[in-house]
Write a protein that binds this ligand. Structure first.
Ligand SMILES: [Zn+2]
Length: 165
C-alpha cells in the first residue's frame, strides 16, 4: 500500500478537543491530503479510505468512507458495495489481531436527524470489550479519550501493512 510519509497529528490531547478545521468536508479534505486536517488514514483501496477516529468510542474505533463525496448509501454501486464488504472483513480481521476485542458494533448514520455529524457517508467499526471501563481515560467531563489517536494510527498502519505483504 501507499505509506503516507507526512503524518500530521495533534501534539497535545487538548488539540484533539479543538474546533473543526475550516474545510467544506473533512473526509474530502483527508482524501485530498489537505494540510489543514488531521490525517488519521491507515489504509486505502481503490475507492475507499480507512481512518482512525479522532473521537474514538473505544480503542481501535475506525471509519471507512468512500473517496468520492457520497452522502447516501443507495448511491453506492453494487461493485462499490462488494469492495466495501471486503474492506469491512479486512478491517475486522486487522482489529481482531491488533486489539483482541470480544465483539464489534458496525454501521452508519445517514442524515443529520439520524446522528450523522459529517454528511460524507462513513461507516463506523467499533471494537467492544468485556471490561471497557478498564480502558477509559477520562480527561474531562464531556470527552472520553480511550487511546491517543496517534497510537491507534501507528498500530493500525503497521497491522494493515503486514496484511498486505
Ligand atoms: Zn466529502
Amino acid at each position: 500500500m501507499h505509506e503516507r510519509k507526512n503524518l500530521y497529528v495533534p501534539s497535545k490531547m487538548d488539540y484533539v478537543r479543538g474546533e473543526r478545521p475550516p474545510v467544506h468536508c473533512i473526509f474530502c479534505a483527508i482524501r485530498n491530503e489537505n494540510e489543514n486536517v488531521i490525517n488519521l488514514s491507515v489504509y486505502q483501496t481503490e475507492k475507499f479510505i480507512v481512518s482512525a477516529n479522532l473521537y474514538p468510542y473505544n480503542p481501535g474505533h475506525i471509519l471507512i468512507f468512500p473517496k468520492e463525496h457520497v452522502e447516501q448509501y443507495r448511491n453506492l454501486s453494487a461493485e462499490d458495495a462488494a469492495e466495501l464488504h471486503r474492506l469491512h472483513v479486512l478491517c475486522l480481521d486487522v482489529l481482531q489481531d491488533t486489539y483482541t476485542p470480544q465483539g464489534f458494533n458496525m454501521g452508519c448514520n445517514e442524515g443529520r436527524v439520524a446522528g450523522a455529524s459529517i454528511e460524507h457517508l462513513h461507516f463506523h467499526v467499533v471494537p467492544r470489550y468485556a471490561n471497557e471501563i478498564g480502558f477509559l481515560d477520562i480527561i474531562n467531563d464531556d470527552r472520553i479519550i480511550v487511546e491517543d489517536p496517534r497510537e491507534s494510527v501507528r498500530k493500525l498502519r503497521s497491522a494493515f501493512n503486514n496484511r498486505d505483504k
